[in-house]
Design a protein. Structure first.
Length: 208
């Protein structure tokens, strides 16, 4: 199997799993970088099945020499682990060469937090839209849970357990988890659902 064939099989798998376009672009970036590495004389076998961890480490070193920061290299490692891990599970290769590929250490970042004034301003703006109940519910849910946008817009009513104060969320890799949510956000969600029996826009969609 050639590299192009492997990648095409992988992209087909991603389409079947309905992965986001941004996720697919993420993997295509690694595909292009690997091609440039090979074109530059890098030690990359013509067939993916012949790749070992030394080849992948050489690719990481080449990326560093191109000036790529640790965060970018880390992203390529994740991409390769996803590709080869999937290929091994599908029996397209006999061994996963990325299993022992080390991820570069990333510097710890302190994420900025919003002030109470900023939160108030956002909620004020949400209350002035054409769908204030929905928009306030969405903002409060973001503040309470830290969900990704894609996770929030796919929520359905059945995913909300008000008695336990949790949301059932399907995240990356179709993994399910329970996420705590506060009373204020739940109250806002309930107010929206009572007003809009069949919401037409993203978030808290009616059950199938």
């Amino acid at each position: 199997m050639t590299w192009d064939e492997l990648w095409e099989h992988f992209y087909y798998h991603l389409r079947i799993k309905r992965r986001a376009k941004t996720t697919v672009r993420f993997y295509r970036t690694t595909q292009r970088s690997l091609s440039r590495f090979a074109a530059a004389g890098g030690s990359l076998p013509a067939e993916p099945g012949a790749v070992n961890v030394k080849h992948l480490r050489a690719f990481m070193i080449w990326l560093e020499e191109q000036g790529l920061a640790a965060g970018g290299i880390h992203a390529h490692v994740r991409s390769l682990k996803a590709l080869f891990g999937w290929a091994k599970r599908e029996d397209l290769i006999t061994a996963d060469p990325s299993a022992r590929l080390e991820r570069p250490s990333l510097p710890r970042r302190h994420l900025p937090t919003m002030t109470s004034e900023q939160v108030g301003a956002l909620l004020g703006a949400a209350r002035s839209t054409d769908q204030p109940l929905r928009d306030v519910a969405v903002l409060l849910t973001f503040f309470d849970t830290g969900l990704r946008l894609e996770e929030l817009i796919t929520l359905r009513r059945d995913d909300i357990d008000a008695a336990k104060g949790v949301l059932r969320v399907i995240g990356k890799g179709d993994k399910e988890r329970s996420v705590p949510i506060g009373t204020r956000a739940l109250t806002s969600i309930n107010a929206y659902l009572l007003r809009e029996r069949r919401p037409k826009h993203g978030g808290f969609r009616p059950s199938s």
